[in-house]
Design a protein around this ligand. Structure first.
Ligand code: ATP
Length: 158
């Protein structure tokens, strides 16, 4: 359960805990709560800069599209077939089914967000998808119940 960062070795568990920490504060400062559950065993052959960027894109969106009082849940777990599952759940506006298949395209923003005050240029998720592809993983989007969105990433471990 080691990740190589600037020639230093750090456990995946510690790396995820440290990476996620500032976002718990950012969510809290906007009156949104963030729950985390990190159980990241196993060896990663990740590019830590890219995986950090991936997490930032998903969490930025989750926070941005969730109103005050909402909850964001960040989970990491080792799952079968030696894969790491990263899940970002929110209780925000949700993504209409018709938009779900397009959100990973460059410059795509749903009408809902284009019309809203939230900024953005529709590049985040295209970059996220590219990062996941680079790591031979998968990323998908679904409804959270009763409300909001869940993004799920699977990445092969070493
Ligand atoms: P940026 O490039 O700054 O991230 P963006 O958020 O518009 O801007 P993407 O991250 O690519 O771009 O997201 C594309 C679209 O998917 C968004 O415009 C929004 O409509 C929708 N979306 C993404 N994440 C969420 C979410 N957690 N809840 C609701 N809608 C979302």
């Amino acid at each position: 359960d080691i990740i190589q960062i600037n020639r230093q070795e750090m456990s995946l568990q510690t790396w995820f805990e440290q990476t996620i920490k500032p976002y718990v504060e950012i969510a809290r400062s906007q009156s949104k709560s963030m729950e985390t559950s990190i159980r990241a065993a196993g060896k990663g052959h990740f590019d830590p800069d890219l995986i950090r960027q991936l997490i930032i894109i998903l969490l930025d969106n989750a926070i941005k599209y969730t109103p005050k009082g909402g909850t964001i849940i960040f989970r990491v777990a080792k799952v079968r077939d030696n894969r790491l599952k990263i899940e970002v759940r929110d209780t925000g506006s949700g993504i209409p089914d018709a938009d779900k298949k397009h959100v990973f395209e460059r410059f795509y923003r749903s009408d809902k967000s284009r019309n809203a005050k939230t900024g953005g240029n529709g590049l985040g998720l295209a970059i996220a998808k590219w990062i996941v592809d680079e790591h031979k993983g998968t990323v998908s989007v679904a409804d959270n119940h009763p409300k909001g969105t869940v993004f799920t990433v699977f990445m092969p471990l070493k």
